[in-house]
Design a protein around this ligand. Structure first.
Ligand SMILES: [Fe+2]
Ligand SMILES: [Fe+2]
Length: 219
């Protein structure tokens, strides 16, 4: 299979599985209990710091200049998202400066991504797949914010964060087209993408079961 055929196939498979991750009924936002924009933005801080750090770790462990630059761009974007969200939290009355989003340690998705050693697996999992998940989750979160009447948070995601996450996904596509050229590389990329989707699904189910959290934004 050519890299083009492979990337189209992986994209199709990801979109199918993302359809299962985001069934249509969860797109009807509903606020119950402590599920509000403020608490969901705290979840977002953790996602953003983890996305910043995994891209930074990979940046220093590749010799490929194109990959370094793609990851550098992502590090800067995710750190910018963190700062914007922290500022939005402050406007909503929460002191994000005294909040450590990693107080309970790194999450299972970060820990899995940190085990990936080859660039093709990292790009398939961390950019092409994780960022495709982010785009879907952020669309749901924007809808949630709109329904909750928080137009400012909705605009921040619609105008800045979501387009950035989409760009990271496209960077993943560009790099995969260059790197997923052998059957071996394609198999490794497929495994990494599937595991990323499984972990995202597990995390979503766990957040729903333990904290009643749904509509958390992605990264
Ligand atoms: Fe991102
Ligand atoms: Fe982000």
């Amino acid at each position: 299979m050519t890299a083009q055929e492979f990337v189209a196939q992986l994209d199709g498979e990801n979109q199918r599985r993302l359809g299962l991750l985001a069934p249509a009924d969860t797109l009807k936002p509903e606020v119950e209990g402590d599920l509000n924009v403020l608490n969901l933005l705290k979840v977002a801080l953790r996602n953003e710091i983890e996305a910043t750090e995994i891209a930074a770790r990979w940046l220093v462990t590749t010799d490929d200049v194109d990959v370094k630059l793609a990851l550098a761009r992502q590090v800067g974007d995710e750190a910018k998202h963190y700062r914007m969200i922290a500022e939005r939290l402050r406007a909503l009355g929460f002191a994000a400066t005294s909040f450590d989003p990693l107080a309970k340690g790194y999450g299972p998705l970060f820990q899995y991504l940190d085990t990936l050693k080859t660039t093709v697996e990292r790009v398939a999992a961390g950019q092409f797949t994780r960022e495709a998940i982010a785009v879907v989750k952020n669309r749901q979160f924007i809808e949630f914010c709109d329904h909750a009447g928080d137009r400012e948070t909705a605009a921040m995601y619609r105008d800045v964060i979501e387009p950035d996450e989409r760009y990271h996904h496209e960077l993943g596509r560009t790099l995969l087209l260059r790197l997923a050229t052998t059957a071996e590389a394609q198999a490794a990329a497929t495994r990494a993408a599937r595991r990323t989707l499984e972990l995202a699904d597990e995390l979503q189910k766990k957040a729903l079961a333990t904290a009643g959290i749904h509509h958390a934004p992605g990264c």
